[in-house]
Design a protein around this ligand. Sequence first.
Ligand code: C2E
Ligand code: MG
Ligand code: MG
Length: 579
Amino acid sequence: MSGNAQPNGEPLILVVDDDPATRLIVRRALERDGYRVEEAADGAAALECFERLGPDLILMDAVMPGMDGFTACARLQRLPGGGLTPVLIITVLDDEASVDRAFESGASDYIQKPIRWAVLRRRVRRMLTESRAERHVNHLAYHDALTDLPNRRLFADQLEQRTELARRKGQPLALLFLDLDRFKLINDSLGHDMGDLLIQSVAQRLMGVVRKSDVVGRLGGDEFTVIVESVTSAQDSAVIAQKLIDTLAEPFMLNTHEIFVTVSVGIALYPFDGDQSGTLIKNADAAMYRAKEHGRNNYQFYTAEMGARAMERLALETNLRRALERDEFLLHYQPQVRLDSGEMFGLEALVRWNHPDLGLVAPGEFIQLAEETGLIVPIGAWVLRSACRQARAWCDAGRAGLRVAVNLSGRQLRQRNLVEVVRKALAETGLSPEGLELELTESSVMHKDELTSSTLWALHEMGIRLSIDDFGTGYSNLGYLKRFPIDSLKIDRSFVRDITTDPDDAAIATAIIAMAHNLKLEVIAEGVETNEQRDLLRERGCDAIQGFLVGSPAPAEAYTDVQGALSKCSAKDPADHAV
Ligand code: C2E
Ligand code: MG
Ligand code: MG
C-alpha cells in the first residue's frame, strides 16, 4: 500500500493536524521543496488517507481531538504496508513520556512545535531517503524474484498472522502445500528458462483460482503454498485443492511448446493438524509427500500416523536435558576478518553437541528444540562462560583486542537476569566487555517491550557490542535499528551465496550496506566462500567478512597460535578450504 509515489513522481507527504493554519504553513514549506502534499484533520482521516493514497511519509500532530496522533500511528502499524511508512510525530509536549509514546506507537522520529523549518526539511529529506532504502530492501527480501509472490519468510509471517486471526474468530483455516510433479524433468529437458516461464505461469493460474483474500506463496523451486481462510469443513479445502489440480491440468503454451504438468497437494488444517505456523507447513508438506506416494496428481490430508517423527523428537529432548550434566557441549570458533586490512579482529563461537551415539551434532539440529524447552537458558550460559574464558586465554596469549562473538537466542534475551549472567561471565573469566559481542536475531529485537530495551541498553552501557545476526531474514520493519544501540549487521549468507550470479541478491546486499552505513553501523557478510564474493562485497563497501574463505568453524586450538591464526586467515584454514 505504501510507496505509491508514481514513477519519477515526487514523494507524497500526508500532513495530519487539527489546526488548518498549521497544515497550510507546513504544506507551503513542503511544496516549496517540491513534495506533493495531502492533508487530514485527525487520526481517523489520516488512516483513511493512508489506505487511499499510500503516502511516502506522514507528518502527524500528537494531540488532536478524536483519534490522536499516537493512536493513529499505532493503528497504522497494523495496516498492510503501514509498518514501512515513516511517521514523524509533531508535538508541543517535550516531556520524555510523550517522546517514548511516539516511539512505542511506531513513529520513526519526532519534532517539536514551534517547528523550525530548516530542521523539518532536513528531517523529512533524511526520512524519505532512508525509508525508500528500507522499502527496497524489504520488497526484495520478502518476495520471490521470479513470480513476485510472497517468499518463504513473508509467507510464514502471513501464515502466523492468519492463524492468529483464525484463533480469535474461532474459524478453521487450511494450508495447502503444492509441489509440481516431475518438474525437474521439464527443467532438464527444456532448459531453465522454460522452467522459469512455467513457474511464472503456474503462479498466475493459482492466483486466478483462489479468492483475493487467500495468500499464495512460493517457498522455492516448484513448491507453492496457499492459505485458505474460513473453511467450514475439510471438504471445503478438498474442493479448492481439486480446483487447483484441475487448473494446472490444462496445457501450458510456452514459446510454441505445449506443456502438461500435474501437481501433488498436501492439506493441513488449523487448528486440528497443528496450532503453530511452522507445524502446519511441516504437516502439509508431509501430506504432500503422501500424495506423491499415492501416484501424484492428487491431494491428501495430513493424518496422525505421520507424526512418527514426534517420537524421535522426544528422544532427542531427553538426551538434550542430560547433555549439560554430561559435559557433551563444545565450542568451535570461526574467524571474522576486515576487508580493508585483512586483519582477523574477532571469532564467532558456535556450539556443537558431542552426542554419544550420533557424534558431533550441529546447532541447527538442536537449538530450536532447546529454545522450545527452555534448555537454551543453561546451555546459553555455558556457551557464554566458555567463550569468554577462551577470549581471555587469547588475550593472555598476546592477542588483546581479539573479540569473541556469542549467539543469543530470543529466549535468552527475554531472561530477566541476562545482564547479570553476562556480567558474571565477564567477572569470572576476567574478560573486558570490549572483548565480547552478542549476536541477536531480528525477531528477538522486534519486540518493543521495556525488558528488551532496558537489557540492550544496559549491555551497551557495559561496553559490550551488539550485532544483528542473519540480517534480512526476519520479516520486520527496521525501526529497532534506530531504537536500540546496535553496532553492526551481519548480512545473512542466503544473500551472499549467489551474490555474484544473482542480481537480486547483489542488490539486496548493496542496499543493506548502504542503509547500515547511513545508520552508522558496521556490516559483516556471512558465508563468504569465494574470492569473487569477497571482491564484490569489498567493492560494495562491506566492512568485514566471515566464511569458509577465511576459515571454517574449528576448535579454539586452530586459532590459538597467533602467527598461525593470521596466516590461516589469508591462506588456509583448518578445514582445508583453500583461499
Ligand atoms: P550463525 O550464527 O549465522 O552462524 C553461522 C553459521 O554459518 C554456522 O553454522 C557456520 O558453520 C556456517 N558457515 C560459516 N561460514 C560458512 C560458509 O562459508 N558457507 C556456509 N554454507 N556456511 C557457513 P552452524 O555452526 O551450524 O550454526 C548454525 C546456527 O546455529 C548459527 O547461525 C546460530 O544461529 C546457531 N547457533 C550456533 N551456536 C549457537 C549458540 O551458542 N547459541 C545460540 N542461541 N545459537 C547458536
Ligand atoms: Mg551468529
Ligand atoms: Mg548468521
